[in-house]
Structure formats: C-alpha cells, structure tokens
Design a protein. Structure first.
Length: 478
C-alpha cells in the first residue's frame, strides 16, 4: 500500500513538473519578437529555455525531453527538419558514443578494476596513499570514459566501498571518517579528471560545440589536454591532501587495503587476452589522439577505428555495442542539443545576445576583474543545477560573451569556462551523476558534504586561476 502511494505521489510530481515546463514554453512562445529577432527565433528561445528547465525538473529522462524539443521545433516550423536533425551527424557526437564503447570494454574485461587494485597494492599502505591510488586509477581510466557516472560509479565505487569496509569503516561506525575520506576524495577526483580530459565527461563535448558555434573557436582533444595539464595535475596532487585534512580519518595506516587488493588480483588471475587487447587499443588510441595535430587524423575517426579494433579482436561483441545504453542515450540527447544550439546561431539569437551584453557591461574597464567575476559567477551558479550539460547550455555562451565583451582573450575564456563547467559540481550532493551515489553511501552528513565541497571548490578555483593562469600565459592563451 505504501509503495502504491509512493508511486502515485511520484507520478503526480512528474506530471506537475511536466506541466511547469510546458507552461513556461507556452508563455515564452507568446512573447512578441524583440529587436531584430524573428518570430522563429523567439519560438526557439522558448523551446530552449523549456528544455533546460526540463533538465532541472526532470519530468522525463533527458533523451525524451530533447526528442520532444526537436519535435516541437520541426512541427512548428521553427527549424527545418534537416537543421533540427543535423546534430546527430556531428563528428563530436560520435566521438562521445565511441568513448562510451571504450568504457564498456574497461568494465567488461575487468581492466579498470585491475588497474585500480594494482595501484592500491602499490600505494595503499596508508589511508592517504590509498586516496592517491584511487586518484591515479581515475586519471588513467578517464580519457576513455566520457561518463563520470560510469567511471566513478560503475568502476570505482564498488572498489572504494570494499576498501572502506576492509578498513573497518561503515556508516555510523567509530571509523566512519575513513570511508568519508575515500568516498569524498574519489567524487572530487572524478570532477578534476573530467576537467583534464576532453573525453572525461560528455558535457565537455557540449562546451566544444558551443565554443565553435557561438564564438567560432575550435577546441581539439590535445589542445584541451595541453591547457588543463599543469593546473589539473597540481590539483590532483593538492586536493586529496586537503580532503584528508578536512575529513580527518581515524586510521592513518591501511595495511589491510593492500592485502585486500592482493586477494582481488589473485582472484582475477593473470591478464586475459581480452584485457591485453583492450589495453593495447586504448594506449594506441590515446597516442593517436595526442598526436592528431601532427598526423592530421581526426579524433572521431581514431575513436571509430578503436571501436572497430575492439570488435575485430572480440573484446566487444556487437551485442555489447547495442547494449551500451549510455552511449546511445548520449547520441540522442547530445545530438539534439547540438541541433538546438546550431539553431540559436542560425537564427541570429547569439549575435543579438552578444550585442545586448556588450551594452550592459560597458562600465567594466579591467578585463581581468571582469573575467574573474564571470568565472566565479559561472562556477557557483551550479548550486541551481544538477547537470553539467544543462549548466553549459544555460551559462557558457552568455557568460563567455560577457567575458569577451570586457576584453578577456577568447582562448582563455573558452578553456577556463570549459574546465569550470566540470569543477562547478564540487559543492552539492545533486550536482552530477556520481554525487548522489557517493553521498548516499552514508559516510558524510549533508552539512559536511556541502561545507567540504565549498572549501574544495575554492581550492580548485585558486589552483586553476593561479597556477593555471601562469601556465595559460606561458602557452599563449592570453
């Protein structure tokens, strides 16, 4: 009876949220044209705003929301069907789909688990060392895992949970803070690795697309890594120690963790042929991505070749490809978003917004101050959101226009906001896919999670703007 009541309540909530989204779309749809914008532009703004609201309220899954948005734009004549479907043929969309297939290979073969346990065996003699072992594991896996939920939740969360238990740490136990450190550290780590690698999370691809469409700026896989390399790895060195100081684990030594890793590796046995093939294809793909600027090979073409190699080597079967729900889901929602973003550009909405913002910020005379204010506002606006992609869609273009309007160099704005679009998830327990997984493990109170998250967000802000600012000056971003 209680389950039925709960289900009915959930359904009513979903319906009301859907009604709010539809209502907002209708109200904005009826707004008369503003300035030089045509009626079609106003209609697309209505659909776009309602789509973002739908991502926040989630009356439907993300893919279903985007399909509905595409349907409305085409049936209403806001966008021609060819333009509305153009996003699904974008090379960047398929790069993300391929990266999901790589992620499935890591999980299916057990290579991700093996890497993590090998590092735990090597560095897991102390609790802090254990945290760094997990950080290194996430960093190694991240380039081929465009879902931070799959990486942190699917591959590493079971390992983190097992390590906490092996150290006698359960929620409510005398050693609870050990588990709190391991959980919170891995959550923050996956945000940093998402910022370091372009293929570390699917939301990065949206940033690349928006940068190209709205600002005519091309971001490459290696260009992203080159810009993130120094501040990212400095953050990976400093942030785990900061979290260690914040959580104050009761146990400083962890010999049982290394012993557990040894047992798990013994259970796994020697590397199977599938693991070796997965590792070889992964390393070759990374090498080709990293050297693409010299070889001229397109990143998506390399990724497709990598997936083909995994299929040929029987690391993946075609059933595995068909079963990769995350990849095909990303194709739908991301491809749809790309189409909507393209419509914003073709209907001159971005141009109009740029002119309005330039007029509004004319009083700021220092681009450095203006840029810093934009970065801070962009980062902490994520308290209102629960999706990296929604955050990019809502704030990347307008905030970027403000920063460029005050005189900030375009490359600096594009990369910095791109990195902050990942790092902005540090503060809350609903910010991105892995956050509820790690928070619901029960090791941290809500207050501690928010408090520690804010502190880490400030530390990251200082590192990325301080160390990163110097590095970006050296490599010529400003």
């Amino acid at each position: 009876m209680n389950q039925q009541a709960s289900g009915a309540s959930t359904e009513r909530t979903r319906v009301w949220r859907g009604a709010i989204v539809v209502g907002v779309c209708i109200v904005l749809w009826l707004v008369p044209p503003v300035g030089p914008l045509k009626p079609q532009a106003m209609h697309l703004i209505a659909v776009f705003a309602a789509t973002i609201l739908g991502l926040i309220l989630q009356p439907l899954p993300m893919g279903a929301t985007v399909i509905a948005a595409i349907a409305v734009t085409t049936i209403s004549g806001t966008l021609p069907i060819k333009e509305a479907m153009a996003g699904f043929s974008e090379a960047l969309v398929w790069l993300i789909v391929c990266a999901f297939m790589f992620s499935r290979g890591f999980i299916k073969t057990g290579l991700g688990r093996r890497i993590a346990f090998l590092l735990v065996r090597a560095f897991g003699t102390s609790t802090l060392g254990l945290g760094y072992a997990l950080t290194i594991s996430d960093t190694i896996i991240a380039p081929a895992t465009p879902s931070n939920t799959a990486r942190a939740g699917g591959i590493l969360f079971p390992i983190v949970r097992s390590l906490a238990v092996s150290l006698g740490s359960e929620p409510g136990s005398p050693r609870q803070r050990v588990g709190a450190f391991l959980m919170f550290n891995e959550f923050q780590t996956t945000l940093m690795t998402s910022a370091i690698f372009l293929t570390g999370t699917a939301g990065n691809a949206m940033v690349v697309k928006l940068a190209k469409d709205a600002f005519k700026y091309d971001i490459t896989w290696m260009g992203w890594l080159w810009a993130s390399l120094v501040p990212g790895f400095v953050a990976l060195l400093i942030v785990p120690y900061v979290i260690f100081l914040l959580t104050k684990p009761e146990v400083k030594r962890s010999p049982d963790a290394a012993a557990m890793a040894i047992r798990e590796l013994q259970k796994m046995g020697p590397m199977a042929a599938a693991e070796k093939s997965m590792l070889a294809v992964f390393l070759l793909t990374l090498s080709l991505w990293a050297t693409g600027q010299w070889t001229g090979l397109d990143a998506t073409a390399v990724a497709l070749a990598g997936v083909a190699a995994l299929l040929a080597l029987r690391v993946l079967t075609w059933d595995d490809v068909l079963a990769e729900r995350g990849g095909w889901d990303a194709l739908i929602w991301f491809g749809g978003f790309v189409s909507l973003a393209g419509g914003l550009s073709s209907l001159k909405i971005i141009t109009y917004l740029a002119d309005v913002l330039k007029g509004a910020i004319g009083g700021i005379h220092s681009w450095v101050i203006g840029f810093l204010l934009v970065v801070i506002a962009f980062k902490y606006s994520h308290y209102l959101l629960s999706s990296v992609t929604a955050h990019a869609l809502a704030f990347f273009v307008p905030m970027g226009l403000v920063a460029v309007g005050v005189g900030a160099p375009l490359p600096l704005v594009m990369y910095c906001l791109g990195f902050m679009n990942c790092l902005c998830c540090a503060m809350t327990h609903y910010s991105t896919g892995p956050s509820p997984i790690y928070y619901n493990a029960g090791y941290s109170s809500l207050g501690a999670w928010w408090r520690h998250g804010f502190i880490v967000s400030v530390v990251n802000l200082v590192i990325w703007l301080g160390v990163g600012g110097v590095w970006w000056k050296i490599i010529g971003l400003w």
